[in-house]
Ligand binder design. Sequence first.
Ligand code: ADP
Ligand code: MG
Length: 229
Amino acid sequence: MQDELLYAVRQQSISELSASIAHEVRNPLTVVKGFLQLMKEDDTQSKQEYYQLILSELNRAENIIHEYLTLSKPQLGESMTVPMKECLIHTITLLTPYAFKEGVLLKELQTKEQEAFVYTDRSKLKQAIINFLKNAIEASAPSGEVEVTMNIKKQFVEVEICDTGKGMSKEELAKIGTVYYSTKEKGTGLGTMVSIRLIEEMGGSISYASEVNKGTTVQILLPLKKDHE
Ligand code: ADP
Ligand code: MG
């Protein structure tokens, strides 16, 4: 009975998940189709604009699929020794063009530590940090700043992602990380949920401090690599 029940629940969530993937991916694809149709009929310079829109909508479809895939498979892959400082510097470099495009200053990593090692799935860790960084950039107004700091705290490495963006009220903070919660026109409301899950799976934890119109700090604590790892 228990098994049957579990099976039913699982079946239901799989069909719900597929329904929402289909729904969310259909929107950008419909937009792309529309613009391709226009381009077929139009030979003028507005094509450049159409290309831009098509590319950004295809990117969006790709992001949605990517986030759903992680959602359906949030468990970690193979662990390895990850130099956290190096990993953060790399991730900041990856997002610098995006911040630049949004007019936000993404600062260099701030740390006094030489290096800090964690033993985990490197690509999932990078993915979680990218999600938090993207949110920090997206919450910022042009000329806002995003700063990442790294400190060793006992058996943990503490990473803080601090933005001077729009911040969140208590009510909004309570909703963050719940499925589909997004205040963005084109958000999926999945990034934070997936990232929190991944960090917790790594034995870490996340906490938010935020003030409306002042900004947000996301604190990530991850256990340092143990001797036997
Ligand atoms: P998405 O980015 O697709 O909206 P997320 O799960 O990444 O989905 O984030 C959910 C919501 O949480 C965002 O839409 C935003 O309202 C809020 N949020 C997340 N990070 C921040 C931040 N650094 N500052 C302000 N709001 C944030
Ligand atoms: Mg996000």
